[in-house]
Write a protein that binds this ligand. Sequence first.
Ligand code: NAD
Ligand code: UDP
Length: 318
Amino acid sequence: MHLRKRILVTGGAGFLGSFLCERLLNENCDVICVDNFYTGTKRNIVHLLNNPYFELQRHDITFPLYLEVDQIYNLACPASPIHYQNDPVQTTKVNVHGSINMLGLAKRLKATILQASTSEVYGDPTVHPQTEAYWGNVNTIGPRSCYDEGKRCAETLFFDYYRQHGTKIKVARIFNTYGPRMHPNDGRVISNFIMQALTDRDITVYGDGKQTRSFCYVKDLVDALIRMMNSPEDVTGPINIGNPGEYTILELAEKIVQMTGSKSNIVFEPLPQDDPLQRQPDITLAERHLGWKPTTGLDEGLQRTVTYFKELIVKENG
Ligand code: NAD
Ligand code: UDP
């Protein structure tokens, strides 16, 4: 008889995973964090290591894993373009072999498993905003394909385990999320712009900056994942999780310069191949099935993120 829910978080030492572990511990769960530290870091979870209900296991989920839990959050996968393109074969592997291993574990344990899928399954979308019914517009052979097609195949595997084995699945399609503990050099737009602004370096806008993204604060995102995990069994998703506020990248750059009082100049650099032109989630299903919508506006979330990066810079400079 287990009084506390036992929960596995793969990729638990990453940006999103570390907040999820923290929140689950606060909700009196037993948390096992599995991570191979490919992009995650001990710094993200060091404050949890003394908690007797937190366990850290170094493991690569492309290899089988044997343990006993009630729920699995499958977050293991590098998320930023420079990281997932650094070893594209491993990126596909973690999504395909890793998902098969975690689904096999869920099947044996009759545990519920939640997949951290992504808005990248929509590719460069021709439907705007994106609803879950849209099948996407994805290049199969480009530099982003290892991630986009890897995540699409993971969704396929989740739904095949559901239909073939009755595995209890949840598929969350996460849109761009930001906040403290983002990797300062991960090349993602918010971490890049804030680090550039705080160190008075040029702010590098790719293309003409008219491409759009919608940014969700990490606390809102974690709230949605936990709601989804604990939703009724027939709520399998896919469900979009994101903040519908849509901004051009140039607007974001100007906002961060103004917020930080930076002396940085905004410069324009070439747009990376297959960079989606627009992205905005339709979150009707999340509101209906999870009773969720984000509550943190971009200004408030950016302020907290700027504070985090300021402290990081001070710490790293001794
Ligand atoms: P992150 O890179 O900070 O975290 C990923 C974690 O997975 C890291 O700790 C990394 O070390 C670990 N990992 C990678 N390969 C592994 C392996 N083979 N075995 C075990 N651990 C492994 O990224 P994040 O932003 O926290 O993203 C978490 C998840 O959410 C990812 O699956 C990502 O695709 C998804 N997601 C994130 C966003 C976002 O904006 N942050 C958007 C859409 C989807
Ligand atoms: N971007 C940018 N400058 C940067 C980093 C990113 O203009 O220094 C742009 C990038 O081309 C894309 C958007 O910001 O259009 C979001 O990029 P990110 O890598 O954060 O996420 P993704 O493209 O996966 O949504």
